[in-house]
Design a binder for this molecule. Structure first.
Ligand code: SF4
Length: 122
């Protein structure tokens, strides 16, 4: 005779349909389990660019993955992100100098037009 743990025994019985699953028991009692959608963040931080016109000695920017180094946030990516996540607040800050992104003005206008975002720089 093989001895198994109670947890394995219950799993086996449920799998073999010899015991109803918890959701089946609850449904028979008129209780439905509401599956909630995962909540999306209300605040996101986007990096306008990883380019920079300085070369601070303590900066770790140059250690970024080459696929990410010296890249700008595009207006198209910004539109997709705010459409999919629909955050309430965005902070445009990251490793580089945000004003080096030539699309920054359009990105700010788009956010203001679509979501009435307020922006601040620290
Ligand atoms: S990203 Fe910031 S810390 Fe790095 S070089 Fe530019 S200004 Fe300096």
């Amino acid at each position: 005779m093989k001895i198994i743990s109670p947890k394995k025994a219950i799993s086996f019985l449920i799998r073999e349909r010899r015991l109803p699953a918890l959701n089946e028991i609850l449904m028979s009692m008129g209780i439905t389990i509401k599956k909630e959608k995962p909540r999306l963040p209300f605040f996101i931080q986007l990096e306008p660019t990883t380019r920079c016109n300085f070369n601070c000695i303590m900066c770790t920017r140059k250690k970024l993955n080459p696929a990410r180094l010296n890249k700008d946030l595009t207006l198209e990516d910004f539109k997709v992100i705010i459409k999919q996540i629909s955050p309430k607040r965005i902070q445009l800050q990251g490793m580089g100098e945000p004003f080096l992104n030539k699309n920054l003005h359009e990105i700010l206008e788009e956010g203001k037009k679509e979501k009435n975002f307020y922006y601040c720089y620290y």
